[in-house]
Design a protein around this ligand. Structure first.
Ligand SMILES: [Zn+2]
Length: 107
């Protein structure tokens, strides 16, 4: 069995930032705005069919609540699912994706 290299040890929301502490004691910081704007769910990011056409759902009207978290769910050892205050909760972020987003935040 392949062992998972990286796991989430702890998450914390500070103001408008999500702090993730990894199992190797590194920390990642992602702004909630970046997180929400990069929502990977089929409605936000679109779904690609076999011909390569991308289908994206109707744009959601984002409010202030769209960038506030009401909860965070760690899914197994591989993903994180934020529950946004506006009720959106279908985006599942893999740990690799979270690392990418955090790296993009760093100036
Ligand atoms: Zn979404």
């Amino acid at each position: 069995m392949k062992s998972t290299a990286m796991q989430i040890r702890h998450t914390e929301v500070v103001n408008d930032l999500l702090l993730i502490k990894w199992s190797d004691d590194h920390e990642s910081i992602i702004s909630l705005k970046t997180l929400r704007d990069n929502c990977p769910c089929a409605n936000c990011a679109g779904e690609t069919d076999v011909l390569g056409n991308v289908y994206i759902g109707p744009p959601q009207l984002k409010t202030q609540d769209s960038y506030l978290l009401s909860g965070l769910e760690v899914i197994g050892y591989y993903a994180l699912r934020p529950i946004w205050k506006d009720g959106h909760d279908s985006g599942i972020y893999t740990l690799d994706r979270l690392k990418e987003l955090a790296a993009a935040e760093t100036p």
